[in-house]
Design a protein around this ligand. Structure first.
Ligand SMILES: [Zn+2]
Length: 159
């Protein structure tokens, strides 16, 4: 637990920057992206996501986070590497790497994060928690990541 305070401070420092960036990316992707197919929209609705019809995804070669290396480094060291991500969820805007297979598992994993944004109430509060978990537990052990994987694999109850 010795690094708890350190990572809490770093995540509190990074969260407003990350939230502003995510907000801008969400606006951009929802403007230029594609809607989910009907089956995925139904899955999202049944999983508890509000207004799944407003979600857009975009396929691009990279998602740039305009920050100096000293800001990226602690996250990359803990397994969160933006330049290598197959997908990233910016609430209602979802980035999918152009070379990644657009599988149900990948899109549902990202949509599970949309659900987490919804639960946190704002992009900023999501980022605080998410960054802290990635820094403290490491990306692969972050509870929000583990939960997103779990949700991606579950079949919602039929309505
Ligand atoms: Zn994830």
């Amino acid at each position: 637990m010795k690094r708890f305070s350190l990572w809490l401070c770093v995540s509190l420092f990074l969260a407003p920057i990350a939230a502003l960036w995510a907000f801008y990316q969400e606006k951009r992707i929802t403007k230029f992206g594609n809607p989910l197919d009907e089956r995925t929209q139904e899955w999202a609705g049944a999983t508890g996501i509000f207004h799944a019809e407003d979600i857009r995804f975009i396929r691009e070669s990279a998602l740039h986070f305009p920050s100096p290396q000293w800001l990226k480094q602690p996250l990359e060291k803990r397994g969160l590497c933006l330049s290598q991500a197959a997908g990233m969820c910016l609430r209602y805007g979802i980035f999918i790497h152009e070379e990644a297979d657009l599988t149900d598992r990948l899109i549902r994993h990202e949509l599970a994060h949309t659900l987490q944004y919804q639960r946190h109430g704002s992009i900023y509060r999501f980022m605080q928690q998410y960054l802290f978990e990635c820094l403290f537990f490491g990306y692969h052990h972050a509870p929000m990541e583990l939960e997103a994987e779990e949700i991606a694999h579950c079949k919602p109850r039929p309505a």
